[in-house]
Design a protein around this ligand. Structure first.
Ligand SMILES: Cc1ncc(COP(=O)(O)O)c(C=O)c1O
Length: 392
């Protein structure tokens, strides 16, 4: 039967985070208490005013197709948000509303590449960028970041070929939590201009940035404005992962090209969800501030706890709710350590899921309570002390 499946699809790897989630769920089913550092979503609920707006929209019969680009009032709210918070000035027609940021990444990749074109990814990177490039028939080219997760211009230049077409960055980055610096933005601008590349900037974690950190949208640089697709969404900032709502902002020709992919695949984002999205953007932002304050406390706890573990070191995340420590000092790979930790009731994602060469690391999501973080760290200490005593 497998000969019925396209080799393009058969070769795709399943999401590493979903695989960890399944393993944790299976253990839980057997009655094991698992501290789950796997999830890629906030452990908060969507704020009530947003939910109420969706209920109102349903009650009023907002159940028909919306305009394919997105409801005009939502696109206007998005242009307001981008101007206010990111210094990005777009017309509503330069906005495309999508069912999730992931769909926006897919539409941007399909809209800008031909089969065989090369897509530059900076590792460690979110696994879906690689998979989406492959779905489009493009070729992912993985450029390793430095140990501090910054871009090495020499490595980028070495990866460029006449087929290079697109670069994808995330700021803040999943899994490292790194936020692009002014120097890195200049490197990206220089390379993109020189080689006429498109840049996709995935800013889905932009609102989850820690005190003193400023997330700069690449498109705010004049050199990048005309060649960047800025992608953001509601999943992480407003704890709306299950609603499926995201968007892209880009120059009109790019949006028009993405719209073709959009109209022939998803048609539009869900109508009542879009109406609730207007409330999320224009209503009180207090729930985001409260959530980020909570993540700030947890980040302090997990960074300190990880640093105290034998063989573990960490560059503290500047954004996101992920910690991505280097565990090579334990003598184990990320995959081996994740396996041992799972036996001790702690689920983490091996770094291998974020790029070849990164199995020196593991990813821990701290979208879980302080109490569970403490318990997880205690169990990790138990495993690693066993490791130094040679009992694993
Ligand atoms: C880097 C990155 N981009 C995009 C997404 C997907 O966002 P959405 O739920 O809006 O599709 C995720 C979700 O985990 C992510 O980690």
């Amino acid at each position: 039967m497998t000969d019925l499946v396209s080799p393009r699809i058969a070769g795709l790897q399943p999401s590493p985070t979903i695989a960890v989630g399944k393993a944790a769920q299976e253990l839980r089913r057997q009655g094991v208490d698992v501290v789950d550092f796997g999830p890629g979503e906030p452990d908060f609920d969507t704020p009530w005013p947003v939910r109420t707006e969706a209920i109102r929209a349903l009650e009023e019969g907002e159940t028909h197709y919306a305009p394919s680009r997105g409801i005009p009032a939502l696109r206007t709210a998005i242009t307001g948000k981008l101007a206010r918070e990111n210094g990005l000035h777009y017309e509503p027609d330069e906005i495309l509303v999508t069912p999730g940021a992931k769909q926006a990444v897919l539409e941007a990749v399909f809209a800008t590449t031909m089969p065989g074109d090369e897509v530059i990814l900076f590792d460690p990177s979110w696994g879906s960028y690689d998979a989406i490039a492959r779905l489009a028939g493009a070729v992912p080219v993985h450029v390793p970041l430095r140990a501090d997760f910054t871009i090495d211009p020499e490595r980028v230049r070495a990866a460029l070929t006449p087929r290079s077409r697109l670069m994808i960055v995330g700021t803040p980055n999943n899994p490292s939590g790194h936020v692009l610096t002014a120097r890195e933005l200049d490197i990206l601008a220089g390379v993109a201009e020189e080689r006429n590349l498109v840049l996709i900037s995935d800013e889905i974690y932009e609102r989850i940035a820690y005190p003193g950190v400023r997330v700069v949208s690449p498109a705010s640089l004049p050199a990048l404005r005309g060649r960047t697709v800025t992608i953001n969404g509601f999943s992480k900032a407003y704890a709306m992962t299950g609603w499926r709502l995201g968007y892209a902002a880009a120059p009109l020709p790019l949006v028009e090209a993405m719209l073709k992919v959009h109209e022939h695949s998803v048609t539009t984002a869900t109508t009542f969800v879009q109406l609730a999205g207007i409330e999320a953007l224009n209503g009180s932002q207090e729930p985001i501030h409260a959530m980020v304050e909570e993540f700030t406390r947890r980040r302090g706890l997990i960074v300190e706890g990880l640093q105290a573990l034998p063989g573990v070191s960490i560059v503290p995340p500047q954004g996101t709710f992920y910690a991505f420590p280097d565990v090579s000092g334990t003598g184990l790979t990320g995959t081996e350590l994740a396996h041992h930790l799972l036996q001790a009731g702690v689920a983490v994602t091996p770094g291998a899921g974020f790029g070849e060469g990164w199995d020196t690391h593991i990813r821990l999501s701290f979208a879980t309570s302080e109490e569970r973080i403490r318990e997880g760290l205690k169990r990790m200490a138990g495993v690693l002390q066993g490791e130094t005593a040679g009992t694993i």
